[in-house]
Design a protein around this ligand. Structure first.
Ligand code: FAD
Length: 442
């Protein structure tokens, strides 16, 4: 097929899309800004990824040489009793504990050998439309350059700049970050098989994994403001480690922390994942809490989905990109419900802000009481939008307050918002936002 797809980002999402596009005869160009030398978060690859890796024809050796088999996820969550989810009960068998930079690099080399054009160490700086084509501008050691493509996939991860010039909204559902302590193992031999350990504590939760290269990766998941207030200094981090039970005993075997990395880990969705010959994939489209261990799985499957959607669209299926958007919006909302379910299982520290935030309701579970025929009003002066924003994160409050200025009927306010909003949003989310704004104004 005579089209070219430019892919911004050579992580699991970008490379999955590129490999699948090659399989169906589409030219793919991947731009990757890093040299995959630095630490990258995301160690555990769930067993469910295996069929996706097979679909992408990724040789088993790429995983085997850069990972240790993971036979169980164990830990404490909800009470002090140790649980263990053994992979022997999973139809796909063991998962893997990856060394991410090495795995990502091996995938990049494999994609190149499969015919994908790789622009390594090249940062995309800008995209724009020139006639019917996308113009991708990029920068490397040798200077600036540009290339024209038919489609663009944004696979640049969760925290990079928004490449879609038309829409800028990312709905953020929390402010989770991961503080990763990398510790060197003093033993000489790597574990032949390893497990992941998770542990809920008062201010957040830990996961620990030992990589194939004997590095212990111990990550504390908490909110950015809690980190800044309580943990940022290394001695405070040790205080935090001391509040755990099993994690502490694992980390103490290593005596010292070699490096600390802080990574954003928020649950977030791009409210416009599909646009004019443009799709967002992987974390750039929607990102999940590491508790789910689904980030890499989602990245690989979205890459395949996006490649199929582009193929269908290029062959005349005009709704293919919209269908991609609808499917992934629904998957994200399904994920949010599952996330709430798991966090609500842990009730020991409900009064602590970290858990309190995760037990709070959002627009999906707040009952709708507002009468569609009633007039709605919002008193801008009385409202603290920051208390409502986490409940309805996709809403543009400037626009909604503007619409509610003249006390419209509730149903008209919803329609008017949907008509004027730059991004797609569910009716229910708009209704709950209106309900919250009017109740705070009374
Ligand atoms: C603390 C933490 C722990 C996690 N643990 C797990 C886990 O155990 N299991 C799991 O499945 N998931 C985990 N995740 C999530 C997982 O890491 C991500 O979901 C996954 O990496 C997403 O892949 P991606 O390809 O979408 O994005 P990324 O892996 O972020 O890749 C994006 C790529 O785009 C490149 N890029 C960005 N901007 C540009 C640009 N302008 N030009 C060129 N290149 C660019 C970047 O260099 C990067 O290589 C974890 C995440 C965090 C934060």
């Amino acid at each position: 097929m005579n089209i070219t797809v430019g892919i911004i980002g050579g992580g699991p999402a970008g490379l999955s899309a590129a490999l699948y596009l090659r399989q169906i005869g589409v030219q793919a160009i991947v731009f990757e800004k890093s040299s995959n030398a630095e630490y990258r978060a995301g160690e555990h690859i769930s067993p469910e990824c295996k069929p996706l890796l097979q679909k992408l024809k990724i040789p088993e050796s790429i995983v085997r040489d850069n990972a240790a088999p993971c036979y169980a996820v164990s830990g404490t969550w909800g009470d002090d009793k140790l649980f263990s989810n053994d992979s022997i009960f999973n139809v796909y068998g063991d998962g893997f504990i990856l060394s991410r930079p090495d795995f990502d690099n091996a995938l990049l080399v494999f994609a190149k050998s499969s015919g994908v054009v790789i622009k390594a160490n090249m940062r995309v700086t800008d995209i724009s439309k020139i006639n019917e084509k996308w113009c991708i501008r990029y920068k490397g050691n040798t200077g600036n350059s540009a290339v024209l493509t038919d489609y663009i996939l944004d696979a640049s991860g969760k925290s990079t700049k928004n490449f879609n010039q038309l829409v800028t909204k990312k709905a953020k559902y929390d402010d989770l970050i991961g503080i990763t302590c990398l510790c060197k193992d003093r033993r000489t031999r790597a574990p032949a098989r390893a497990s992941i350990h998770i542990e809920a504590t008062k201010m957040g939760w830990w996961y620990t994994a030992i990589r194939r290269d004997n590095m212990l990766v111990a990550t504390f998941m908490t909110d950015a403001d809690i980190y800044r207030k309580n943990i940022e200094k290394e001695e405070r981090l040790w205080e935090c480690i001391n509040t755990s039970i099993n994690t502490k005993s694992i980390i103490l075997k290593y005596k010292k922390i070699d490096k600390i990395f802080v990574s954003p880990a928020q649950s977030q969705m791009h409210t416009k994942m599909a646009d004019d010959f443009f799709l967002a994939i992987g974390d750039a489209a929607w990102s999940v809490d590491p508790l789910s261990s689904q980030g890499i799985y989602n990245a690989l499957s979205m890459g395949i989905d996006a490649a199929k959607s582009i193929f269908a669209h290029a062959n005349g299926s005009v709704l293919a990109l919209n269908e991609y958007q609808r499917k992934h919006t629904n998957l994200f909302y399904k994920y949010l419900s599952e996330k709430a379910y798991y966090y609500r299982l842990e009730k020991r520290w409900s009064e602590n802000i970290f858990w309190h935030r995760r037990h709070a309701m959002n627009w999906m579970d707040i009952p709708i009481k507002i009468d569609p025929g009633s007039k709605v009003r919002a008193n801008k002066k009385n409202i603290d939008i920051n208390t409502i924003r986490p409940i309805t994160p996709s809403i543009d409050f400037d626009l909604l307050l503007d619409i509610m200025e003249n006390s419209p009927v509730a149903s008209c306010a919803v329609l008017s918002y949907k008509k004027r909003a730059m991004t797609q949003v569910e009716d229910r989310e708009v209704i709950v936002a209106i309900q919250e704004l009017s109740s705070h104004s009374m």
